[in-house]
Write a protein that binds this ligand. Structure first.
Ligand SMILES: Cc1ncc(COP(=O)(O)O)c(C=O)c1O
Length: 453
């Protein structure tokens, strides 16, 4: 069989947030990684398929605890990345205790049976979710839960078309990359799902339609125009807050989209996989906008930073597919995963973590605004609760090179985070973090940005 060999080269344009071939990354490895870790990385490369954003890895860890990782050379790293799955910190005592109990009692729940943990979690989420979002299905990944939402939208409307946003990410499977709008996941992969139309995102200040009004009238009119012209769209699917670059649309945007969906008979699906579960100062992001979607998809932090857990939460009237399969995943009603999720929710409410996200989020934003007034490289600071973005621009252009340098400066001082969109430093700490730890991380970032300014 002929294998097509791809050629890709190292480029200074590539950053940690894009792919793992940046020359600065290689230089960092050379300087910071000792022989024994290098051997581990080589072995990792030997057995894992190479892919962007994962193998080859940058470093290897021996421990994850609280807000910290520890690498093989004993260095402590504050983790402000965590794949957005570590709201309650690593190894959270309550989460681990509930998981251990389930491991002893019901380590696995096969199909045909239910278990109390699964029922308790479904009830808890149904009670917490806004409006009449009260029917659930669990899945082992956010991507699978997105797939279930897409199928349910088709069954419910007898239509297959969707509208989603350019630049978005909804998961790595073929159905999810069809609705996603990020070329790294779509390029060269061949035919995608039909009927997946895309619109530009309504980002503040620089949207495709140059909307200058708070309502984003240009964006809204375009959306309504497509829905009218197509006439047979099943659903609009979007992140209420764009996670990769920490961008929120104006306050009224989702309310207007909701009205249009109601008017045109189109379902609204919110992807809150990285953003739900308390981090933004509310359990669900849609609560910030007073908008209830028809389906809400959550994941990541739901599993307490331990277990792969995601959920589709749909409104009651959408419970219509009793004779067909929406998910049917092997770990559908995992007693262990549901225990992890229940413990996570208990922590959020009983340990005051949502309040902590609000209080520390405000504090961090004030510090970032002060930094911005001192450092012209910082174009914008933005965020919601304890999820923050620092956008770096130089001469009006994305400062990708500087962002990359600041990242490796931070990594050398024990702080890890993602760079989104090439030039946005995104800060996603566990919401168990203390003010002292947060200040230390912000000091490192300030020092890094100062050094390239
Ligand atoms: C917005 C969004 N949707 C979906 C996903 C996919 O979730 P998972 O990796 O659990 O499949 C992600 C993961 O990063 C995400 O950020």
């Amino acid at each position: 069989m002929g294998i097509v060999r791809r050629t890709y080269k190292q480029s200074s344009k590539l950053t940690e947030g894009d792919v793992n071939l940046s020359p600065r990354r290689n230089a960092w490895i050379k300087k910071n990684i000792d022989k024994s870790t290098a051997q581990m990385l080589t072995e990792d490369e030997r057995y894992f398929l190479h892919q962007s954003l994962s193998t080859p890895c940058l470093n290897a860890i021996s421990e994850s605890k609280g807000i910290y990782l520890r690498d093989m050379q004993g260095r402590q790293i504050m983790d402000f990345h965590g794949n957005s799955a570590h709201q309650v910190g690593y190894g959270n005592a309550r989460v681990i205790e509930m998981i251990k109990k389930q491991l002893d009692e019901i380590p696995f729940c096969p199909r045909r049976y239910t278990n109390q943990m699964a029922i308790d979690l479904a009830r808890r989420l149904a009670e917490l979710a806004p409006g009449n979002l009260n029917k659930l299905l669990f899945a082992p990944s956010g991507t699978s839960a997105i797939g279930m939402a897409l199928k349910l939208a088709r069954y419910a409307t007898n239509r297959h078309k969707t509208i989603s946003m350019w630049g978005s990410f909804h998961g790595a499977s073929l159905d999810a990359i069809s609705i996603s709008g990020d070329s790294m996941f779509r390029k060269d992969v061949g035919p995608l799902l039909p009927g997946t139309e895309h619109i530009p995102p309504p980002t503040r200040g620089k949207c495709h339609f140059n909307c200058v009004d708070e309502e984003h009238t240009g964006c809204i009119n375009y959306l309504d125009y497509i829905l009218e012209k197509e006439g047979d769209v099943a659903a609009i699917i979007a992140e209420p807050m764009r996670w990769t670059t920490a961008e929120l649309p104006p306050r009224n945007y989702w309310r207007r989209v909701r009205e249009i969906c109601d008017h045109r008979g189109v379902l609204l699906i919110f992807d809150e996989i990285p953003s739900a579960m308390g981090r933004t100062g509310k359990m669900f992001v849609c609560e910030h906008f007073d908008v209830v979607p028809d389906m809400l998809v959550i994941g990541k932090g739901l599993g307490g930073g331990v277990f792969p857990m995601a959920a589709l939460i749909a409104r009651e009237e959408l419970d219509i597919v009793g004779d067909l399969a929406l998910g049917h995943y092997t770990h559908e009603k995992s007693s262990v995963g549901c225990a992890a999720a229940l413990a996570t929710i208990n922590c959020l409410y009983e340990d005051g973590l949502i309040e902590n996200a609000i209080t520390l989020g405000k504090h961090a934003m004030q510090r970032l605004m002060k930094m911005q007034s001192r450092l012209p490289l910082i174009h914008k600071v933005r965020g919601l609760g304890l999820y923050l973005g620092i956008e770096l621009l130089k001469d009006g252009k994305p400062a990708n090179d500087e962002a990359d340098t600041v990242l490796y400066h931070s990594l050398s001082r024990g702080l890890s985070y993602k760079v989104g969109g090439g030039c946005v430093l995104t800060l996603c700490p566990p919401i168990t973090i203390t003010p002292e730890e947060l200040n230390k991380a912000l000091d490192i970032i300030e020092e890094g940005i100062t050094s390239v300014s």
